[in-house]
Design a protein around this ligand. Structure first.
Ligand code: ZN
Length: 465
């Protein structure tokens, strides 16, 4: 019997504005703790918050891109709680009326994941637990993070598996990157993950950092709950934490509800109104998003729909593709970006995470070598790996290691003939239709030519023979 998994996510995304949500302190603080603070983000009595217009614009952009209905009138509330990371003893957030509601994100399969709401809120301070002696007796507070603008994107419980949760987060971060409201390098995506198995209580896994961990935490939790239920144990409504090192979730506390926080209207921030004109302006400023870009790449460059979707799923990759395509054919450009993407995958990283290692002009030059037939696809990949992982100039790398294809057609033919003469029986097998024998001979020619031969050219010569 397969049990139905129900998942809902509350994603916290740090917006990449220059200043904080309610004061002019910088968000780009350096290493010194408590150096980017003022009376407002320290919660001093009498200090008055003022809403950062840019953060609101960013939140509205996200809400529109996620197909939400925008609330033209909204206000902020105080979420009351006592903890050292919140000096005011309340967090300014939105509860009753968020910026946007009732949107959706469409997955590749066409399935829509409902967005219940998107709201703006301030990040609390960071608690620093010193390791070593007496470590359990105290912790330090760094208010640099206090007041950083966040948006919370809350989904409906429409997600049916940990893999689908990952796909949703991939779509969400793609949209955030296209909108340019989220900094992949500096910012993190954190999620509270709710999971239940139909007919049973719901469990929340609090504060999971990063897309990969969300998928892993949900995976563990789905198995834990299914196993408990199959042995007749009841699932308790509770809050759990994900232990990244052990890859497990553990119980934190029995679940409190949102209403327990006692939200009250924040009288320091009066109600806000967005006019139809302002909203129209933001709508006009929305950039081309990934789904539209995929369609355009098919039309403009004649690449396949599949390739266009893969390339557009990452803003950086799609920009790289268009850059390459100025200099080489769409086919070569597609090969080049999929090569970069597979290097990131191999390094177990998101493409955005290796973006700063990529020098576009250098890789463009490498793509030109491939296009003009001076190197083959294998050498392209080798040089691209040296570029991304070791910071080498890829064209210099090819020169230094003498990886140019110095084989002209007659040289290649001579090599093929030499291999065939030495492997008569394999060649006979190939002639009688044995595909394995063909690959065997191609492999030998590659060895003979020190990897410089183009496998397709070798196959063509063998066919002719
Ligand atoms: Zn401040």
């Amino acid at each position: 019997m397969s049990s139905q998994i129900i998942i809902g996510l509350e994603c916290h995304v740090q917006l990449n504005t220059d200043s904080k949500l309610f004061c002019s302190c910088t968000t780009k603080y350096g290493g010194e703790p408590n150096s980017a603070c003022c009376p407002v983000c320290l919660g001093m009595p009498g200090s008055k918050p003022v809403l950062n217009k840019k953060a609101l614009d960013y939140a509205l952009k996200v809400a529109l891109a996620l197909n939400c209905r925008i609330n033209e009138k909204f206000f902020f509330s105080r979420k009351t709680y006592f903890y050292p990371d919140m000096s005011k003893n309340f967090q300014i957030t939105q509860y009753e009326i968020p910026v946007g509601e009732k949107g959706f994100v469409q997955l590749q399969s066409g399935k829509k994941i409902g967005i219940a709401r998107i709201h703006l809120e301030e990040d609390p301070a960071a608690l620093v637990h010193e390791s070593g002696m007496h470590s359990s007796n105290y912790c330090l507070v760094d208010y640099n993070r206090s007041g950083i603008p966040l948006i919370e994107v809350v989904t409906e419980p429409d997600i049916a598996s940990p893999q689908e949760a990952r796909e949703f987060l991939d779509q969400l971060t793609t949209i955030l990157c296209y909108l340019d409201v989220f900094d992949f390098e500096a910012g993190t995506l954190k999620a509270d993950c709710n999971l239940s198995i139909k007919g049973n209580e719901r469990v929340e896994i609090k504060n999971v950092t990063g897309k990969r961990n969300v998928e892993k935490a949900l995976d563990f939790e789905a198995k834990r709950q299914a196993e408990a239920i199959s042995t007749g144990k009841a699932i308790v409504r509770e809050t759990r934490a994900f232990d990244e090192a052990k890859q497990i979730t553990r119980s934190l506390r029995k679940k409190e509800t949102e209403a327990d926080y006692g939200y009250v209207f924040d009288a320091d921030l009066t109600a806000f109104e967005i006019s139809e004109n302002e909203l129209e302006k933001i709508r006009e400023e929305l950039p081309e998003l990934h789904t539209d870009k995929a369609k355009r790449l098919v039309q403009e460059f004649g690449i396949t729909e599949y390739d266009a979707k893969v390339i557009s799923s990452d803003k950086f990759l799609s920009e790289l593709f268009e850059e390459f395509a100025k200099n080489v054919s769409p086919k070569t450009a597609t090969f080049a970006v999929s090569g970069i993407s597979s290097i990131a995958h191999y390094e177990n990283k998101e493409v955005e995470e290796i973006a700063d290692k990529i020098k576009v002009p250098e890789l463009t030059a490498l793509s030109r070598l491939l296009e003009s037939g001076k190197i083959n696809e294998k050498i392209f990949k080798e040089a691209a790996i040296a570029h991304v992982t070791l910071g080498k100039n890829p064209v210099e790398f090819v020169k230094k290691n003498n990886l140019f294809k110095d084989l002209d057609e007659s040289n290649l033919k001579a090599s093929v003939e030499k291999v065939v003469a030495a492997n008569k029986s394999a060649f006979d097998d190939y002639k009688s239709g044995n595909e394995k024998a063909l690959n065997f001979i191609v492999g030998l020619v590659m060895r003979e030519t020190k990897g410089k031969a183009d496998a397709r050219a070798v196959k063509k010569l063998l066919e002719e023979m």
